[in-house]
Write a protein that binds this ligand. Sequence first.
Ligand SMILES: NC(=O)c1ccc[n+]([C@@H]2O[C@H](COP(=O)([O-])OP(=O)(O)OC[C@H]3O[C@@H](n4cnc5c(N)ncnc54)[C@H](OP(=O)(O)O)[C@@H]3O)[C@@H](O)[C@H]2O)c1
Length: 207
Amino acid sequence: MIVNFAMSVDGKIALPTRKQTRISDEEDLRRVHQLRATCDAVLVGVGTILADNPKLTVKPEYATGRNPLRVVLDSEGRTPEDAEVLNRAAPTLVVTTVDCTKTFPNAQVARLGKDSVDLRALLDYLGENGIKRLLVEGGEEVLWSFLHERLADEVKVFVGSMVIGGRTSPTAAGGSGAQTLEEIAHLKLESAKPLGTGVLLEYRVVR
Ligand SMILES: NC(=O)c1ccc[n+]([C@@H]2O[C@H](COP(=O)([O-])OP(=O)(O)OC[C@H]3O[C@@H](n4cnc5c(N)ncnc54)[C@H](OP(=O)(O)O)[C@@H]3O)[C@@H](O)[C@H]2O)c1
């Protein structure tokens, strides 16, 4: 499983208001869309749906290929009915917790986990449904969850040549963070290369 995100030099992934800002340049967008086209599913949390309203499809101007399944982690079913991720452009799976009864237009629902979505149960569910290659695109809570639970194999980071700053700007990994040294997610750098106006860093997760 691959984690991919774009951050500023100071590790921020959006503005202090949580509003999306363009960190990826054209070359990185091409890379991301090509990456999406090689994956069976692309996953975000409901925070990203509410902040950015992304389509999560493969844009034809950047890449050719089929759209992956779109997966949204959404315990309480807060995804708005008019969210772009619920359009008919690609199949969508909204994953809620077991107590949620919400349904969504143009989307299937899986109910896994008690307080938040149980990620291991989700990966089993996806695997049983033929989803082998998963791309996790954010936001900060979701990125931390996958790294903290040691579920990611690869991490790809585009570092845009900018500083966003701000105490409240979302960072590349939020959540509760590592409370002990053992909880720190260690990565092994595999490659670092200039890409467009920024740098692409590729890591393997150390288990
Ligand atoms: N630069 C980039 O590459 C990039 C990419 C994506 C997003 N972003 C930015 O990231 C920000 C959004 O981040 P965010 O942290 O608010 O939202 P998020 O990570 O997209 O979604 C987090 C939410 O997902 C739900 N969730 C359910 N199960 C979960 C689990 N096991 N682990 C983690 N989350 C789970 C929770 O909400 P419930 O409790 O309601 O289920 C949680 O609050 C926005 O500012 C956006 O622009 C940046």
